[in-house]
Design a protein around this ligand. Structure first.
Ligand code: NAI
Ligand code: MG
Length: 501
């Protein structure tokens, strides 16, 4: 974070226009790429072995920070998916479902521990492949992913306590499809509860970020997990569709766009398959006039610019009470200027690279839409690297509730700022989107927090903070943000059949 002049909450500081000292530059502090090993080519991880794709197809994964190729990765087709599902079925019937729970737990603990040992390498690869700042992959993605394995390892032999007076049985083979914004973390959210409850897995990474899952396959090998219990595939939408449509898959867990979520729901209609969908969002972050304003501004910045705004629960709509609107907007603009955009491997970087050219195009499209809709546009003046996909942190003011930039998911570092006068008004506005994944409330009054949280339709509501995650806490949405919960005790439920005693 760049150096800032004193920024206190006193009356005086509210009236003086604060300027960030942009002349004080930090020297580059890059993480060492050499601490990570990336093979030139990766195959599919099926039945505990690295297998060449029967599709004979491969695709390149690039580093979005400089557009250079990182590796060539196998592309699984329908026949490869079938092989993986057969391996998972065989492992389920013959090994995993009959293994005593405490033995199963040992494998999951082992995966968690090896992930911790390799945390630095995993963080570097996550940043190289996806563009996120190393600070974030090092301090958030990788530790939280390992913590999910630890957490669910702990539940494995305690399912009777998770579901008192009920017996559980696993579902069978779980097909899991994940997006590119938190690759290893999304894999952990899905694999750990599936294994803990006795299911086997076929998982597919997203096309722009396959590498940390392939590293996870190496970890799984090292942990000596029985062959076929976890099968790791790379590929694109056709690979995902082949998993969804495979008749021997019992459960689908998907995180990604609402559009593909709808396709999946249609595809499995009329089958026995269970499904959980974690889709898009347009979270409202609400600041009341009684809030600690500097703290709220920092929370808003974290809420939308964290991971370049590539976050389904990003606080992309900001509602500010009218009496403090001017002050909040001024502080936001000052803070925007101080954010460092650049090399994801640099430890000073706040905002890394946009994940792909396609996503950068989507963000630019929405910036144009916002301008045409008549909203006022403000963008940081920071320099951008010459190569790679980058977007300066941006915000729109004078946004109307009906504007597309206030209704649709942009999935980039672009904030829409709106205002309100009363509690009832802001609840109505906050709920007025097709989504319902998350929200944030900033106020000094506990009663106001409870009032808001009971009336807002959002799966997670943070109060006086934002984007906080813990393996013991469930996550998931309402409406077009999907259904089902991941994380916590709730995250076990989508992977079991409950039998009455
Ligand atoms: P996407 O939904 O197409 O991709 C997510 C995953 O689904 C990838 O692994 C992809 O290969 C797979 N997939 C694609 N088509 C499929 C199909 N027919 N059947 C099964 N699997 C399929 O998302 P995309 O195109 O990468 O991003 C588009 C927009 O989606 C973003 O701009 C953002 O708004 C939203 N998104 C939301 C995410 C979230 O965390 N909820 C994550 C990624 C994107
Ligand atoms: Mg990549």
């Amino acid at each position: 974070m760049a150096a800032t002049k004193k920024n206190s909450n006193t009356k005086k500081s509210n009236t003086i226009k604060l300027k960030f000292d942009t002349s004080w530059q930090y020297a580059p502090a890059p993480e060492n790429k050499k601490s990570a090993t990336i093979n030139k080519q990766y195959e599919l991880f099926i039945n505990g072995q690295w297998q060449k794709p029967l599709s004979k197809k491969y695709f390149d994964t690039i580093n979005p920070a400089n557009e250079e190729k990182l590796s060539k990765v196998a592309w699984a087709n329908e026949v490869d998916v079938d092989k993986a599902v057969k391996a998972a079925r065989h492992a389920y019937e013959n090994i995993w479902k009959n293994m005593p729970a405490k033995e199963r737990a040992k494998y999951i603990f082992r995966i968690a521990r090896i992930m911790q040992e390799k945390a630095r390498e995993l963080a570097i690869i996550e940043s190289l492949d996806g563009g996120k700042p190393i600070r974030e992959s090092r301090d958030f993605d990788i530790p939280t992913a390992a913590n999910h394995f630890f957490y669910y390892a702990g539940w494995t032999d305690k399912l009777a306590f998770a579901f008192p007076n009920r017996q559980t049985s696993p579902l069978g083979v779980a097909g899991q499809i994940i997006p590119w914004n938190f690759p290893l973390l999304m894999a952990a959210w899905k694999i750990a509860p599936a294994l803990a409850t006795g299911n086997t897995v076929v998982i597919k990474s997203a096309e722009s970020t396959p590498l940390t899952l392939l590293k996870l396959a190496e970890i799984i090998e090292e942990a000596e997990l029985p062959p076929g219990v976890v099968n790791i595939l790379s590929g694109a939408g056709d690979t995902g569709a082949a998993i969804v449509n495979h008749p021997d898959v019992n459960k689908i867990a998907f995180t990604g766009s609402t559009e593909v979520g709808k396709i999946i729901q249609k595809a499995i209609a009329g089958t026995q398959k269970k499904v959980t969908l974690e889709l898009g969002g347009k979270a409202a972050n609400i600041i009341f006039e009684d809030a600690a304003i500097d703290q709220a501004v920092e929370g808003v910045i974290n809420g939308i610019f964290f991971n370049q705004g590539h976050v389904c629960c990003a606080g992309s709509r900001l509602y500010v009470q009218e009496s403090i609107l001017k002050e909040v907007v001024r502080k936001l603009k000052d803070r925007l200027e101080s954010l460092i955009v650049g090399d994801p491997l640099d430890k000073n970087t706040d905002i890394g690279a946009i994940n792909s050219k396609a996503q950068l195009d989507v963000i630019h499209k929405y910036i144009d839409i916002g301008k045409k809709e008549g909203a006022e546009f403000y963008q940081s003046s920071c320099p951008l690297p010459k190569k790679g996909y980058y977007c300066r942190p941006s915000l729109f003011t004078n946004v109307a509730q009906s504007n597309r930039i206030a209704q649709e998911e942009i999935f980039g570092p672009v904030l829409a700022v709106l205002s309100f006068r009363t509690v009832d008004e802001v609840i109505e506005k906050a709920n007025n989107t097709p989504y319902g994944l998350s929200a944030g409330v900033w106020t000094d009054k506990g009663a106001k927090i409870f009032n808001m949280t009971t009336k807002m339709r959002a799966g997670v509501i943070w109060a006086n903070t934002f984007n906080k995650f813990d393996p013991s806490s469930p996550f998931g949405g309402y409406k077009e943000s999907g259904f089902g919960r991941e994380g916590g005790l709730h995250g076990l439920l989508p992977y079991v059949n409950l039998v009455n005693e």
